[in-house]
Design a protein around this ligand. Structure first.
Ligand SMILES: [Zn+2]
Length: 247
């Protein structure tokens, strides 16, 4: 049995070895422990409602790199409100303060190492903190896992519950997921349906070779070659149109 003091009210807290997370029975603060000591939990409030998150997703899906009409045709299968745990490290690196954010949950969510923790928005996460129905994802990566590889000297470390919306959707029979940062509105995705340019390229290359061949034919049979060229132009036009409609 180890004993540490609550970093907020200094009350003694007993904990079993192996138990990394505890609640102060005096002030209700959520506290975590490791060999570096005790630290606070913080949480960042949700700035985006569920509707905002879906709207942000639709705008993202309408971007030029996404499959045509993804914004309209993506069929949303679930929207979940979650608090995802990250470690926040403030380090002194050669006299400058650097902040590092690392995932504390092993669920691999795309882009979560790029999260930016907004300065003034950290609220102490204690018994009074209202999660507003967000699911708390359990931290299962230890802070020490990162500490050895961070530059500089530690100034502060904390566990921060980061507000996210996860949106699952299907498109053309395949399933995808995006994460919407509910504090900065950024969208993270490892994979998404992309606009295919390969089909256009194929049509263009085929058209080019058809003209090349017809050019040689024209040196011998001019009129039939010109007729075939005209037909090729019409064919390339309609094939391109079909490709544009379908992709
Ligand atoms: Zn306390």
């Amino acid at each position: 049995m180890a004993q540490v003091n609550c970093p907020r009210c200094a009350a003694p807290i007993e904990l079993d070895s192996g138990n990394k997370f505890a609640k102060c029975s005096y002030c209700g603060s959520m506290i975590f422990f490791d060999r570096t000591g005790a630290g606070f939990y913080y949480a960042i409030p949700f700035k985006l409602s569920q509707n905002d998150a879906v709207g942000t997703f639709r705008r993202w899906a309408g971007g030029s790199t996404k499959a045509k009409d993804l914004d309209r045709l993506a069929s949303i299968t679930s929207v979940k409100k979650k608090y995802f745990p990250v470690y926040l490290f403030r380090r002194d690196v050669n006299g400058r303060e650097e902040v590092y954010v690392k995932p504390a949950g092993s669920t691999i969510l795309p882009g979560l190492h790029q999260l930016k923790v907004p300065g003034g928005d950290l609220k102490i996460f204690d018994g009074n903190f209202d999660t507003n129905g967000a699911e708390l994802v359990k931290p299962d990566i230890e802070m020490t896992h990162y500490l050895d590889n961070l530059p500089g000297k530690g100034k502060e470390q904390a566990l921060v519950y980061f507000p996210i919306w996860t949106i699952d959707y299907t498109f053309n029979g395949a399933s995808y997921q995006v994460v919407v940062d509910a504090s900065s509105s950024e969208v993270f995705a490892t994979s998404f349906p992309t606009r295919s340019s390969a089909a256009y390229l194929l049509v263009a290359v085929a058209g080019f070779f058809a003209f090349l061949v017809l050019g040689f034919v024209a040196t011998v049979y001019l009129v039939p070659a010109l007729i075939l060229m005209a037909l090729t132009v019409v064919a390339v036009f309609f094939i391109s149109l079909t490709v544009a409609r379908r992709l």
